[in-house]
Design a binder for this molecule. Structure first.
Ligand SMILES: Nc1ncnc2c1ncn2[C@@H]1O[C@H](COP(=O)(O)OP(=O)(O)OP(=O)(O)O)[C@@H](O)[C@H]1O
Ligand SMILES: [Mg+2]
Length: 284
C-alpha cells in the first residue's frame, strides 16, 4: 500500500490592501502592527533564504573539495608511475589517466563556481538536464562509496523550466543525499526528467529503493527541524531537519509543487513539478 503526502503550495496572499483603513484608532494600531509583523516576517524569511543559500554553498564546497582531493591523488599517483616507468606504454597510460582526471577536476571547479557566482539565483529558462548532470559530478564518488547506483532518464522532449538553476541544484542535492542515506545497504536511485502530464509543467522525480517513510511520519517530513537521523553521518551530512523544508520553500517560490510517495521497505519518490519557460521568457 502506497502512502502519499501532498505538499502543494497554497498561494494565499497576505498583502494588506491600502483601501481598507479602519476608523477605530486601536484597530488601526493593530493593523499597523500586523503590517509591521508581516514586513518583519518577510524580512526574516529573506534572511533565512540567504543563510540557507550560504549553508548549501558551504556543504557543496566541502563535497567538491573532497572530490577534488580525490582527483589530485589520481594525478599524483599516475605522475609518479610515469616517472618510474620510462617505457612508452606506461607513460601513455599515465598521461591519459592524468588527462581524464584533470578534465574531471575542471568539471568539479566549474560546477562549484557556477553555484558560487555564475549561475543565477534569478528565475530564467533553465535546462534541468545540465543541473542533474552537474549534481552527479559532485556526488559520483560518494554514491560509489555507499554502493548506490544512479540511473538518469531524460526525455529529450522536456522543455526548459522557468527556474533558478542554483536553487534547483540545491533541491536535487538534498534529495539525492536523503535518498543515499535511506539505503544503508546500498541500492538504486532513479532520477527522471520528463514533460509533465499536467500541461505547462516539467516533472522531475528522484526515486530510491531505500527504507521508505512510515505513513504516520509523512505529514512531518517537510517541517523545519524534523529529522529521524542521529546527526551527521561519517560524510558529515544529514540530521539538521532543514533539507526538505528548504526544498519545499524553493519549489513553492517557483510556483511549482513537490510531493512524496513512499512505501516502507520498498522506497521513496519525490515528485517535483516546475513551470515550463514560455517562448517569451526564453526570448527575453
Ligand atoms: N528518501 C528518503 N527516504 C526515507 N526517509 C526520508 C527520505 N528523505 C527524507 N526522509 C525523512 O525525512 C526526514 C527529514 O528530511 P530532511 O532532509 O528535511 O532532514 P535530514 O535529512 O534529517 O537533515 P538535513 O537538514 O541535514 O537534510 C529525514 O530525517 C528522514 O526521516
Ligand atoms: Mg536531508
Amino acid at each position: 500500500m502506497q502512502s502519499q503526502q501532498n505538499a502543494t503550495s497554497q498561494h494565499t496572499s497576505h498583502v494588506p490592501t491600502a483601501t481598507s483603513v479602519p476608523a477605530n484608532p486601536s484597530e488601526q494600531a493593530a493593523v499597523s502592527s500586523r503590517q509591521d509583523q508581516d514586513a518583519y516576517i518577510a524580512h526574516l524569511k529573506n534572511e533565512l533564504r540567504k543563510m540557507q543559500a550560504l549553508a548549501a554553498l558551504g556543504e557543496l564546497t566541502s563535497t567538491a573539495t573532497h572530490e577534488f582531493n580525490n582527483v589530485l591523488m589520481t594525478v599524483i599517483n599516475y605522475a609518479k608511475l610515469g616517472i618510474r616507468n620510462r617505457d612508452d606504454a606506461s607513460r601513455d597510460k599515465a598521461l591519459s589517466k592524468i588527462l581524464s582526471a584533470s578534465e574531471r577536476a575542471a568539471k568539479i571547479t566549474s560546477t562549484i563556481l557556477a553555484q558560487a557566482r555564475n549561475r543565477s539565483e534569478a528565475m530564467e529558462p533553465t535546462n534541468l538536464e545540465s543541473i542533474i548532470r552537474d549534481s552527479m559530478v559532485l556526488l559520483e564518488r560518494e554514491m560509489r562509496k555507499y554502493r548506490v547506483a544512479v540511473e538518469i532518464e531524460i526525455d529529450e522532449a522536456t522543455p526548459d523550466a522557468m527556474a533558478s538553476g542554483n536553487q534547483i541544484q540545491r533541491v536535487l542535492l538534498n534529495l539525492l543525499i536523503n535518498a543515499r542515506q535511506a539505503m544503508s545497504e546500498g541500492g538504486t536511485i532513479l532520477v527522471r526528467l520528463t514533460p509533465s502530464s499536467e500541461a505547462g509543467f516539467v516533472e522531475l522525480i528522484v526515486r530510491d529503493s531505500g527504507q521508505g517513510i512510515p505513513r504516520e511520519k509523512l505529514p512531518n517530513i517537510f517541517d523545519a527541524f524534523y529529522s529521524t537521523k542521529d546527526g551527521p553521518d561519517e560524510s558529515g551530512k544529514g540530521g539538521t531537519g532543514l533539507g526538505l523544508a528548504a526544498c519545499k520553500e524553493i519549489i513553492d517560490s517557483h510556483q511549482g509543487r513537490i510531493r512524496v510517495e513512499s512505501s516502507v521497505g520498498v522506497g521513496t519518490a519525490f515528485i517535483i513539478r516546475l513551470p515550463v519557460a514560455t517562448d517569451a521568457q526564453a526570448a527575453a
